[in-house]
Ligand binder design. Structure first.
Ligand code: YK8
Length: 177
């Protein structure tokens, strides 16, 4: 796997969780920028093992001309029960893209870890792995991996940039930061 984001933000841990994992205006705006459309979310619900789960469905816009312009996608998110409100949140998300070539071979696993640093600061880490459901031919595998990393890198760079903007907006003129 790879670490795509590892940064301290001047945003509290529970605020960060809300921005990313609840129906926030931040995430709606971010989806707009990424041209992610037709988004629908289920509510967080406890499963039998005590973790919280929710699913997202949306259509992504792809900039790579080799692949096609759009794909529907499903994301399964798990908020692990080890999470502590305001202190520590661990969310694992599995992203399945349904309309790209070789989509039945792979999915992407993202782990988001939010830890409280102080009252108004948190660290956000994102680890990503491309997982294979069945083993493709070597050349296909490197094709999938290469195209996945570049798309994922682009996404998380922009997420970081937008979070920095949100941070600046939230903290401007507040005085008591
Ligand atoms: C989530 C990983 C791969 C996929 C894409 C597939 C290329 C297929 C390769 C063929 C288009 C929002 C990505 C980037 C689409 C976007 C996914 C996003 C960014 C030609 C062999 C969607 C996080 C996420 C995870 C995985 C990303 C896909 O919140 O290259």
């Amino acid at each position: 796997g790879r670490l795509y984001l590892n940064k301290v933000f001047h945003i509290s841990a529970n605020r960060m969780f809300d921005l990313l994992f609840n129906d926030s205006s931040f995430i709606r705006r971010f989806m707009n920028i990424r041209k992610i459309t037709n988004a629908s979310f289920t509510a967080w619900q406890k499963d039998a093992s005590g973790n919280m789960k929710r699913n997202l469905n949306y259509t992504i816009t792809i900039s790579n001309p080799l692949i096609g312009k759009f794909s529907t996608a499903t994301e399964y998110q798990t908020l692990y029960k080890e999470s502590r409100d305001g202190q520590y949140y661990l969310v694992e998300s599995e992203v399945y893209t349904h309309d790209v070539p070789y989509h039945d071979y792979f999915y992407t696993q993202n782990r988001y870890c939010i830890t409280r640093n102080s009252k108004r600061k948190c660290r956000l880490k994102v680890f990503t792995d491309v997982k294979y459901k069945k083993q493709p031919w070597g050349l296909v595998k490197s094709f999938i991996t290469k195209n996945s990393w570049s798309g994922i890198e682009d996404y998380f760079k922009q997420l970081e940039a937008e979070l920095l903007e949100e941070e600046a907006e939230m903290n401007q003129g507040g005085g008591d930061t």
